[in-house]
Ligand binder design. Structure first.
Ligand code: PHE
Length: 463
């Protein structure tokens, strides 16, 4: 049996197969990280929170908190090689603590359910916009026409239900087939293509004549406008966009070959994800200002600015269609990361086949999706706490569940696991290891808890 000291002879194998290479793993995690969070959510959250100062806090959160959390998740995942619930139970015991660490995995599975329930609805929007674009609906359209098209679409519970159902179906389909076959190929093509198209759009945004205003909005930091709620939103966005704090990366780490460098892989993913988010901002904000739109407009921002821009470009129908296809792919590969923990759990514990597990989990999440579908029409006026049901789901998951999951994950990796185990996974106790350990032991947990305490007003302002 394994004892806490026997760190060096842990050689478990995953029950679900392994990634075929280091590149496959990086692509899969990048596919999970790059999604609606970067292109749909980042611009509107930055817009609602005033721009520059928010972006700066977001970047700090990504580097100082996101990166160590991601490394912790991967190392835990690879060492346990089970679904996140079983991995946490197993390592909890093995490291001489308690099996109850499994609850961290369980919170993650639940967060994945909640997030995907709304993510799938927005994924349905992107899918619908593929068809709208292909039919040339936005050719030469004015800002008010594009806005009307968006509000008419989201105002229809039927249309949202239909597209949500199709998106969920696509997700279940790929997960049921197993992660390796479909996913690796999709991501290999999708991430570079998306990047290229965003660069082309950047050229358009620069020529819109309002690039300066966009740059200014994104990078001139006015800290006076930033309150603790915005700081919490920046922290939550960092977690959401990197897919951390809920076990998605942990589940993917379980299929990672022994010799891959966790630090290198994490750095690659963080860089790609952040680069795409910043690029999205640089594309969207100049268009917002060029068309007299409001950056704080909320979830419709990308679905209004981009169709408008495409509608005025030569070849716009073509580029708009490609763009929404790529965004659908990006959302799709992220959705896979959101269900993987739950599916792996069902396969291991309920002794179901992958296909059965995917249908079961997908069906439950599909049902929960109605809370979001109705938030934009039938229940649009039903508001409490942070707003509609969708607003509350989003707040609860991104700003509460993911950061809390993150604290528990780093505390487990850096305080509960023994030094030998973590050093072994991270490739020795060199300088990078020491930096990781410092950030994971002290900075990340303290910073997260502090931001929470401030946002809920436990620590009063010094005036
Ligand atoms: N990171 C994804 C995005 O930015 C969302 C996601 C969160 C995916 C958590 C998996 C796990 O769109």
């Amino acid at each position: 049996m394994l004892t806490p000291e026997s760190g060096t002879d842990v050689k478990r194998t995953s029950l679900h197969g392994n990634w075929s290479s280091r590149m496959a793993f990086i692509l899969a995690v990048t596919g999970s990280a790059v999604g609606l969070g970067n292109i749909w959510k980042f611009p509107y959250i930055a817009g609602q929170n005033g721009g520059g100062a928010f972006v700066l806090v977001y970047l700090l959160c990504v580097i100082l908190i996101g990166m160590p959390v991601m490394m912790s998740e991967i190392l835990i995942g690879r060492r346990g090689r089970r679904n996140p619930v079983a991995t946490m139970a197993l390592l909890g015991e093995e490291e001489g603590a308690s099996k109850n660490w499994k609850w961290v995995g369980a919170i993650g599975v639940l967060a994945g359910f909640f997030i995907l329930s709304y993510y799938s609805v927005i994924g349905g929007w992107t899918l619908t916009y593929v068809f709208k674009s292909a039919m040339g609906s936005f050719n030469g359209a004015s800002p008010s026409e594009v806005e009307l098209a968006f509000s008419t679409f989201t105002g229809s519970a039927w249309k949202l239900t239909l597209s949500h159902t199709i998106f969920m179906g696509l997700t279940v389909f790929v997960v049921a087939r197993g992660v390796e076959r479909g996913l690796e190929k999709a991501v290999r093509f999708m991430v570079p293509a998306l990047l290229l198209l965003m660069l082309a759009l950047l050229g358009y945004a620069i020529s819109s004549g309002h690039f300066g205003a966009g740059l200014d909005f994104m990078f001139s930091a006015d800290f006076g406008a930033l309150d603790w709620d915005s700081v919490l939103a920046a922290l939550g966005q960092a977690f959401f966009t990197l897919s951390i704090g809920m076990g998605a990366v942990m589940a993917y780490g379980a299929y990672l070959p022994e010799e891959t460098s966790i630090t290198g892989a994490s750095a690659a993913v963080v860089a790609a994800d952040t680069g795409i988010a910043i690029l999205a901002g640089l594309v969207i904000f100049p268009l917002v200002f060029a068309n007299n739109l409001n950056p704080a407009d909320g979830p419709g921002l990308v679905f209004i600015t981009l169709p408008l821009a495409f509608g005025q470009m030569t070849g716009g129908t073509f580029f708009a269609t490609i763009f929404f296809v790529l965004l659908t792919f990006a959302a799709w590969t992220s959705a896979l990361g959101l269900v993987e923990p739950a599916v792996a759990f069902c396969v291991e514990h309920l002794k179901r086949s992958r296909a059965q597990a995917a249908v079961l989990v997908g069906g439950l999440i599909w049902l929960m999706g109605f809370a979001t579908v109705f938030s934009f029409n039938l229940l649009a006026d039903f508001k409490f706490y942070k707003g509609t049901l969708f607003d509350n789901l989003d707040h609860l998951t991104s700003n509460v569940m993911l950061p809390l999951g993150g604290v528990l994950i780093v505390v487990f990796a850096a305080w509960v696991m023994c030094r030998n185990s973590t050093a072994e996974e991270l490739g020795g106790a060199g300088r990078l290891y020491k930096i990781w350990r410092f950030l994971a032991r002290y900075l990340a947990p303290v910073a997260i808890l502090f931001v929470f305490a401030k946002a809920i007003g436990v620590i009063p302002e010094l005036s």
